[in-house]
Design a protein around this ligand. Structure first.
Ligand SMILES: [Zn+2]
Length: 138
């Protein structure tokens, strides 16, 4: 049996997240009981267990928490992408998110550097949120 592609499993609960990503919008979840935001999306608040949680449009701004260049990954589709930069970023809204850092032409990533969300549409039409160095407008 062929190894299935590493596409996200989309169900009725996570559908709004992927639909928004397709429009270039990053969604997070915010608890209406304790006001804290979280990611990945959950049906209850991971801090106070309230189920009074709703979607919120994130700013798309983040800072780099840590990163690592992956030179070897035998699992499709990642095997065709090496080397790529796996990253953990802190969203402005608070949640920490695992993602991929793109825009390597900017040079070596620096912890704490400002990032902004970008989206890459995969072959199956699913838009995946990634992060790249923020464009500073002054
Ligand atoms: Zn809460």
């Amino acid at each position: 049996m062929a190894v299935p592609p590493a596409a996200p499993e989309i169900d009725a609960f996570t559908r709004p997240f992927w639909d928004a990503a397709g429009r270039g919008v990053l969604l997070i979840r915010r608890c209406l009981a304790c006001a804290r935001a979280h990611h990945y999306p959950r049906e209850f608040c991971p801090y106070c267990w309230s189920e009074d949680v709703d979607w919120e449009t994130a700013s798309g701004r983040a800072v780099l928490y840590t990163w690592s260049v992956v030179h070897r990954n035998d699992l499709p589709p990642f095997d065709a992408r090496v080397p790529y930069t796996a990253a953990v970023v802190d969203l402005d809204e608070g949640p920490r998110m695992m993602t991929e850092l793109v825009g390597g032409a900017e040079g070596t990533p620096v912890i704490g550097m400002a990032l902004e969300v970008a989206f890459r549409t995969e072959g199956d039409g699913i838009a995946i949120p990634l992060f790249r160095p923020a464009v500073r407008r002054r």
